[in-house]
Write a protein that binds this ligand. Sequence first.
Ligand code: FES
Length: 283
Amino acid sequence: MRALLTRIEQASRLDRVGDRMQRVVQSTLRPQRVRDFLHGVWLGHPLHPAMVQVPVGAWLSAAVVDLLPGQRRAATALVTLGTVSAVPAAVAGWNDWAALSRDQRRVGLVHAGANIVGLTLYAGSSIARLNGRHGLGRTLSYLGLTAAGAGAYLGGHLAYKQGAQVNQSVSELHRMSDGWHPLADLSDLPQRELLTRQVDDVSVILYRHGDEVTVMLERCPHQSGPLGEGEVQQIDGHACVVCPWHGSAFRLNGGEVVHGPSGNDQQTLPTRVVDGVLETRLP
Ligand code: FES
C-alpha cells in the first residue's frame, strides 16, 4: 500500500489532467468571498473535513441499517441524505485541492476520482430505492461504500502524511523552550514594519503599532510560506500580513485568517516589555 501511495504521489502523468482541473476550479470558484467561505476562513478551520462528516456518517449508518429487517425507509433516507450532502463537501474539497502542491494534487485527484465513483453509485442507489428496487439499492450502496472508503483512505493520506490543509506552523511551538525570551529593545522597533526574529531556532515576525507589538510565528499555516517576506495590507480596516506564496492573509492584531487558502488562523505569542526590552513566550 505504501508503494502504491508513493507511486501516486510521483505520477507526473496525472499533471496534465490536474493542471487543467486546477484552471477549471480556479475560474469557476472565482469570487474571493466564495473561495474564503469554502476554505473555512469564517470558521477558522478547514471546512471540507468538517462537511464530509455528514455523508460519511449517513452512508455508514445506512450500511448498518440495511442489515436490519424492516428499515427500508430509514436506509433510503440515510443514503439520500449522504448523497445530497456530499455535493457541497466535494465543492469545498475541490476549492482546497486547487491550492495544494503538485504531489498533493496528484493524490487529491485520485481521492476525488474514488469519491466521484462512490457518489455516483450512491446516487444510483438512492434512485433505485425511491423506485422500490431495494435489493439493487443495497448492492449499489455497498459498492459505493467501498469506493468512498478508498477515497477516505486517500484523503487521510493527503492530510496526515502529506499535510494538506493541516496547520503547518503550529508545531513550531514544540521547538520553543518555556519562559520569556528577549526579542528587541522596544525603542529600536520601527512603526508598522514587519521584522523577523528568532526565538530559539523558531522564526517569528514582529509588527509594532503604537506601543503594542504583535509577535506571531513566521511560517504560514497553509504551506510554510515566509510571512516575514509578505506585504502588510489594510483589509477591512485591519493591518494584515499577506503570504507571498498563495496570498493567505492574517490580521496582525490577533492572527485571524481573513483570506484563504489557509483555513487556519496564525498563532500569535504573548508579549511583555521589561526595562524597555520586548519579550515573548509560549502561549
Ligand atoms: S504558504 Fe500558501 S498561503 Fe502561505
